[in-house]
Design a protein around this ligand. Sequence first.
Ligand SMILES: [Zn+2]
Length: 411
Amino acid sequence: MTEVKTLLKNIDGSRDFIIDLQTKMTACPAITPHAEGGLGEAAKAEVILETLKALKFDEIKVIEIKDPASPTGVRPNIVAKYYGQNRKKTLWLMAHMDVVPAGDLALWKTDPFKAVVKGDKIYGRGTEDNQQGLVSGILVAKAMMEAGVRPAVNYGLLLNADEEVGSRYGIVSILKKHRSLFGKDDCFLVPDSGSCGGEKVEIAEKSLLWLKITVNGKQAHASMPQNGKNAFVAASYLVLALRDLYKKFNKKDRLFDVPFSVFEATKHEANVPNVNTIPGQEVFYMDCRILPCYDNKRVLAEAQKIAAAVAKKHKVAIKVEAVIDEVSKATDKNEPVVKLVSKYVREIYRKQPKIQGVGGGTVAAYLRNAGFPAVVYARFDEMMHQPNEYCSIKNTMGDAKIFLLTALNLK
Ligand SMILES: [Zn+2]
């Protein structure tokens, strides 16, 4: 008991360490080299490696993923491990090094790439997304190392490149080409999203299905509708007919914040430039967020069936195709890592944890689909991607305590 207290106290005493590391990282804008002027993660990775090497990790390595657009030709991903008593299993904390661009500088009160400390807050691009989680993860290791404590299973840090633009040079490649890094019983903490109060413990997301719908009719002069087939009119009927997807796939799952699947018509491509032409083609899109109990293929087939009926009635041709089709597995709420995080949210923040699913499209889906339990958790003021982004030092410490207690108690 006293041992745990010593470890938690170590985290309470880490304000200077947090500010120092945040300041050094913020000074290295790790923006994707695929955006204008982006230099990638190389400089930031150096700063982080310097910090990790000063601690007592048993293994530190850099996995470089080839990217010709990067000034160094590669994108670095850092893997560091502190051995537990059982070396066959690892609790990973996964965070990302890259940041989004600063955006409109006129909206910033301070230089986005120079950390500024005001009370509990550290301002700067990336301080919250994802440096807060990254620092929390390092604090966990540092506390255990300085007290000479070994967790039951290994504690690993996986610090990735390229999260903000699709993870192609980060976790996606790592899972594909370096799968041997992971043991079959490994699990993950991903401190990359959360709620202001720190209640939200995210374990699932909806599957994502984006549909492109092309309606082909026949162009004609607007004064002569009998010579054409109005694709816009047919598409409009179809937009409304597709609302039936809500009825067809209407199951509820209270785990999710929006507890049902959603099927929304969204983007619409320009058709004809002038008012006096009946458009011969219409293209529009749907964003579908589907509960895990449904199969994306069934939704696509149902949308095609609805489209076929509209096509017949309006004498047009309609093609419905999937442009994004990402199925997402959920992490079981009874997984030990979920239970432990929830327990310590209660203990550290004195909040009732809310185990939840989200709308879809997060980096944890790659891990869950690869078969690993993954908990997305952080206490965030939700400043990510915004001007005047900041992180909270208190939240950095609080999250670190939750992760530390999880690491100490996971078997
Ligand atoms: Zn992030």
